[in-house]
Design a protein around this ligand. Sequence first.
Ligand code: BGC
Length: 375
Amino acid sequence: MSRRKKILALAATGIFALSLASCSADAGTSGGGGDDAAAGAECNVGISMPTRSLERWINDGEQLKTLLEDADCTVDLQYADNKTDQQISQIQNQVAGGAKILVVAAIDGEVLAPVLAEAKKQDATVIAYDRLINGTEDVDYYATFDNYKVGQLQGEFLQTELDLANATGPISIEPFAGSPDDNNAKFFFSGAWDVLLPYVESGVLVVPSGQSPASNDDWASIGIQGWASDKAQSEMDNRLSSFYTGDEKVDVVLSPNDSLAIGIIASLKSAGYAPGADYPLITGQDADKANVKAILDGEQSMTVWKDTRTLGEQVFTMIEEIVAGDEVTVNDTETYDNGVKVVPSFLLDPEVVVKDDVQSKLIDSGFIKASDVGL
Ligand code: BGC
């Protein structure tokens, strides 16, 4: 019997429900799908990912598709080239094609309400994947990494490396933030800025470009639209050429993710920076291969690793539960308010990777191959 058929058979006998109750004892559960979830659902899944231009989304999509197809689900996986209209029409097509479960990593978290309302007309269950979908009742669950913690790990890394608690400064820092339309970006920034802002206020850290949000709420003023590497590069070019004339050097760049770090590194290189004593600390997120290579080469200091395989597995578990008509396992029912409701969420733990961890954390676990990063 296939895994899915087994799930359905067990659900029918009630055994599955019992085993789920014991599995989720420490995680908490929430049935957000109402009567429909209780009745179970056909395993017909539409997956909508933002773009193929970033390694992580390719891995995320392919992995979840494989897990679902191995369980005999019908799957339609689409990538939207970071274009909101394209994502909306792809989801419309999935709904028209009979999708009963939608897994959506939103490009713009604010614009999907109408298409999700369409999906609800055929009782689809909607899972926000990695990024929250805002302004709608029609999102049932959210699975992601702890986004605030991602930023906090970046801030704490810099705090420790620079021994900020004992430093007198001034240490120059250039902060960047993610795409203003991505709900995650404000969490990343807040996590980092809650650690770093007190040092900016005390003068230990200085921001020569003046691109220093006075509070977490101002984060979007330094956001890089679409998380684009080339936009981060030209922003860094502007800051370096306007504010680092003469002998001034930038000591630290707070980059929220790896795609921005790639642009920032390219800008530093063209301004004559080379790894060594005067090279700045640069943060990142995702453990993309190019960035892991940059870490090994001394061009990037760290990345926050989110093992996207665990996110895919968690969403697969959610889908198994929805298909079985059981309560869906979540572990956070407070953090993610989308403006209409608090969306029941499952948060996974991100972790820091530095040069010395590349082998033990990324390669030994099979997340990347040694040959991908020149080892
Ligand atoms: C994801 C990050 C990713 C960024 C750019 C965010 O929503 O959480 O992992 O780096 O989007 O794609």
